[in-house]
Design a protein around this ligand. Structure first.
Ligand code: ZN
Length: 246
């Protein structure tokens, strides 16, 4: 018997398949990330096509299959039209989609990340605060098991004191001056950047949303996370599409 599931979901990407079909990667609330064969969705008459565009929140009716899920119902819940009308915003959302696609395994239930993704889309729709994109990046890294070490030196485990500290991309965390002298990897990181990373790690989305934006510190953290993510993905997943985007 075919198992059917109702869930909300957001299409992350799609590739054409056969004459009129598409294979979609959909991030769903109830099943996590799934592959769905959407039959006939490229036909002009398709009544599902609109709700299966990327980065739209839709209610879906999915059916479990051998290789892929199939789909018989899709209706739009939130279309995020402000995002879709803005090339910069859509580029950012593609980047987030790429992160989900790379960091979340198939059919691994990730309700927290789903909620976080929705909050990020909603805030991007309204005010486009860059710190929220950083938040999403840090939280998804954590969820994938790459939580950065921010309070103790990654190498010697001593408590990190304010002053000269370094970010170590390979180990994924802060290292102290002594260890930097010894191992010669790591790039200088400011106390404020460490504070911001710790703040994002500890607090929820609403609290982070209220934080006053300091562009310099944010850009410093942005660069650190970008390189850290690039490093993780290159090593673990060889995601070319991701690297092309950054
Ligand atoms: Zn150390």
């Amino acid at each position: 018997m075919m198992h059917s599931i109702k869930t909300s979901g957001i299409v992350l990407k799609g590739t054409n398949f056969g004459e009129a079909d598409k294979i979609l990667t959909i991030f769903t609330e109830r099943l996590g990330k799934v592959k769905v064969l959407a039959r006939g969705v490229r036909k002009i008459k398709s009544h599902l096509a609109g709700a299966l565009e990327p980065f739209i929140l839709s209610n879906l009716l999915l059916h479990e299959g051998k290789t892929f899920y199939s789909i018989s119902g899709a209706e739009i819940v939130e279309s995020f039209s402000t995002i879709h009308d803005d090339i910069e915003k859509i580029a950012r959302v593609f980047f987030l989609g790429e992160l989900i696609d790379n960091f979340i395994s198939s059919e691994e239930k990730s309700t927290d990340i789903f909620e976080l993704f929705l909050s990020t889309l909603r805030s991007l729709e309204n005010n486009s605060k860059d710190i929220l994109l950083l938040t999403f990046q840090l939280k998804i890294i954590e969820a994938a098991g790459y939580k950065p070490v921010l309070f103790d030196c990654v190498h010697c485990k001593q408590k990190i004191e304010p002053g000269n500290n370094f970010w170590d991309n390979l180990e994924g965390g802060i290292i102290c001056q002594k260890c930097q002298n010894k191992f010669h990897h790591g790039k200088e990181i400011s106390d404020n950047a460490i504070k911001l990373l710790r703040f994002i790690e500890k607090n929820n989305f609403n609290e982070i949303d209220r934080l006053k934006d300091d562009q310099n510190i944010r850009l410093e953290v942005e660069l650190i996370l970008k390189k850290y993510i690039g490093n993780i993905l290159e090593k673990e997943l060889k995601s070319e599409s991701f690297l092309k985007m950054i």
